[in-house]
Design a binder for this molecule. Structure first.
Ligand SMILES: Nc1ncnc2c1ncn2[C@@H]1O[C@H](COP(=O)(O)OP(=O)(O)OP(=O)(O)O)[C@@H](O)[C@H]1O
Ligand SMILES: [Mg+2]
Length: 226
């Protein structure tokens, strides 16, 4: 099991009122799985994604990522876990605007302490995998939206993470570029990468191997065998 969440709750305190946003969420993801999490606006998708991605910690419950307990860890520990185990893909790409595609992709390796030549080599390999070997020296403003997202995917996989976590990965793209990104996810899935993708688009969710629904903070279909 790559990811195992048991009875995860997340409350937000606003003054004296406490709002429960995630309610006893249980989610199991096995190695190599491809899971979509679907739900309407305000249902708790981003809140859940932040917990899965170790960007935030739950109010209660247990979270194991690749066998390691995530609950109750320090911010430094969480940052290290993120760098080693998770690759992120965001709706808005989140590339550094002044850096080339190659430098953007190599950046997580720099944080990971990988030597310079190996960084360059591995970043080039990742860009080849997403079909951008002829755009390595381009900056984000010299690339199309779909190409930027492919750079972001190369950056997400360059550290060979246990988990690829995507929040509305096609949300900012036209339908043709969105299809390309879904084809790339399919290819990564077939090569063994574990993917958790958050979306409100049923057509996008249809590409995953299974789909969970979140509604008002309650997740259904989160078990590995459902
Ligand atoms: N920092 C916060 N403080 C208080 N309430 C919050 C906070 N963050 C989120 N919420 C509330 O939690 C609920 C879920 O928010 P979340 O951002 O997870 O929804 P979402 O499913 O990602 O929606 P969308 O599809 O619109 O992005 C919302 O009702 C929101 O108002
Ligand atoms: Mg959201």
């Amino acid at each position: 099991m790559i990811l195992s969440m048991t009875d995860i709750c997340k409350d937000y305190a606003m003054g004296k009122t406490v709002t429960p946003v995630l309610k006893n969420v249980c989610l199991q993801v096995e190695q190599g799985d491809y899971v979509a999490i679907m739900g309407p606006s305000g249902s708790g998708k981003t809140t859940l994604m932040n917990l899965i991605g170790c960007l935030d910690t739950p109010t209660s419950g247990e979270y194991l990522l690749a066998g390691e307990t995530v609950t109750g860890r320090s911010d430094n520990d969480l940052a290290a876990i993120r760098n080693r185990k998770i690759g992120f893909v965001f709706q808005s790409f989140n590339l550094l605007p002044r850096m080339t595609a190659l430098s953007n992709v190599a950046l997580p390796l720099l944080y990971g302490g990988v030597p310079r030549e190996e960084r360059r080599h591995r970043a080039m390999e990742a860009l080849k995998l997403v079909g951008l070997e002829d755009r390595m020296e381009h900056r984000p403003d010299q690339l199309s939206g779909g190409q930027c997202q492919r750079v972001a995917i190369a950056r997400a996989i360059v550290c060979r993470p246990e988990l690829l976590l995507a929040d509305e990965p096609t949300g900012a793209l036209d339908s043709a570029s969105g299809q390309q990104i879904m084809a790339l996810f399919q290819q990564l899935h077939e090569s063994g990468v574990t993917i958790v993708m958050i979306t409100h688009d049923a057509a996008v969710a249809g590409h995953a191997r299974r789909c969970c629904q979140i509604r008002d903070g309650v997740l259904t279909g989160g078990g590995a065998d459902e």
